[in-house]
Design a binder for this molecule. Structure first.
Ligand code: NIG
Ligand code: FE
Length: 388
């Protein structure tokens, strides 16, 4: 079954060969979807016929968002902690243990239903690819079940046994790293594509993070790193040295960190929801882009530091607070997010790509930043299937 989407006022292809600028922008465009793939992209008058057609009525079409950083297997929430923070208390990684306790106490069915709800919530807002980390179990069985549950919803699963030291190992962090790099890794590797570590004061130091990432890499998991969120540290340099797909947060960077990212294939994934929800200073996207680093935007959706699933919100904040242009932010939330997941089939609207499409109730993708907080989703197709 093929579908012709015509009357597209403004189309973001993210292929400079297809249209104007880095977004490969086309006006008065059409897209033909065949099965789960994009079959044709071009000027509306030149479009071939298809089995069905859909009139976009002058609105903007872009690739579905690629949210390359989320923590969605958990139970409970942390409203009280958020409330306390908004009354002046500082954020600390220690709150993670509250969610660990609630998650361990939940049944598989509860965790699966929660995750399904968040994936659906994200989809309604245009997110068609989402990464999902473990990290709220912190035992062999609980981490493995988190990844098993996650892998039923997305192929982008990340082993984050090294989120914080499990409470049982409070006096023996080295013992916990042994577990994470040993028995826990054995149980989790079959369900994960990526390995991640929270490299931060209060979580894991540079040596521990290196041990976790290299052990994961030996099992075929590709590294990504929570780096330099709460302060300066070795996370970014380690990510670049180990060829990680992404260094995430990148809030506190030295000139050397910026240069290392710029000279590497490691994407700097910025997570403005975390700074918003912890009342912290935002990362400087402009500095990274001007230095030549690849910058992605993601939600970091989790119950502690960033309880948003809205990529549009992240785009708006990144434009207002982090020095990004609307074009750069939309590119970061789609094509560069795909790069952070080493995917070439999503984040673009090009022949052969997966037909993941977001139609906005707006004439241009710029409205994602220009109209903050306004639900602009008109329609979403995921793998060619109308989902919203
Ligand atoms: O990405 N940094 C570590 N993990 C999350 C926070 C998780 C939590 O507070 O529950 C983050 O911000
Ligand atoms: Fe995170």
């Amino acid at each position: 079954m093929s579908l012709l989407i015509t009357g597209i006022g403004s189309l973001v292809t993210n292929d400079p060969g297809l249209g104007e600028g880095p977004l490969g922008l086309l006006r008065d465009a059409a897209v033909v979807v065949d099965g789960d793939r994009v079959a044709w992209v071009g000027a509306a008058p030149a479009a071939p016929a298809a089995d069905e057609s859909f009139d976009a009525a002058g609105r903007a079409l872009l690739p579905g968002f690629v949210d390359s950083h989320a923590h969605l297997v958990f139970a409970g929430d942390r409203t009280a902690e958020f409330n306390a923070r908004m009354s002046g208390q500082a954020y600390s990684a220690g709150g993670i243990r509250t969610t660990v306790a609630a998650t361990r106490a939940a049944t598989d069915a509860e965790l699966d239903a929660n995750l399904a709800r968040f994936v659906a919530e994200a989809l309604r807002q245009g997110t068609t690819t989402i990464e999902c980390k473990s990290g709220y179990g912190l035992t062999v069985a609980d981490e493995a079940r988190a990844l098993r549950i996650a892998s039923a919803h997305t192929p982008e699963t990340t082993y984050l046994g090294a989120h914080v030291v499990a409470p049982e190992f409070a006096d023996d962090p080295a013992g916990y790293v042994d577990l994470v790099t040993g028995e826990m890794l054995d149980a989790c590797a079959p369900h994960a594509r990526w390995v991640d570590v929270f490299c931060e004061r209060g979580a894991f130091d540079g040596d521990q993070a290196r041990a976790v990432l290299t052990a994961g890499a030996k099992r075929g998991l590709v590294p990504r790193v929570h780096a330099n969120q709460l302060g300066h540290g070795p996370g970014v340099q380690l990510a670049v040295e180990l060829g990680a797909a992404s260094a995430d947060h990148c809030t506190h960077l030295t000139d050397e960190d910026v240069a290392a990212l710029a000279g590497s294939d490691t994407v700097a994934t910025l997570l403005p929801g975390a700074e918003f929800s912890t009342r912290a200073a935002y990362p400087d996207a402009r500095r990274l882009i001007d230095a030549g680093a690849a910058v992605a935007l993601s939600t970091d959706c989790n119950p502690g530091s960033s309880f948003t699933s809205s990529m549009a919100f992240c785009i708006a904040v990144a434009v207002r607070e982090m020095g990004m242009t609307p074009d750069e932010a939309v590119h970061a939330a789609t094509a560069v997010g795909a790069r952070a997941l080493r995917r070439t089939d999503v984040g673009v609207v090009t022949p052969g790509a997966r037909a993941d499409l977001l139609l906005l109730d707006a004439p241009s993708h710029v409205h994602l930043a220009y109209r903050p907080g306004v639900p602009l989703t008109a329609a979403v197709w995921r793998a060619g299937v109308r989902a919203v």
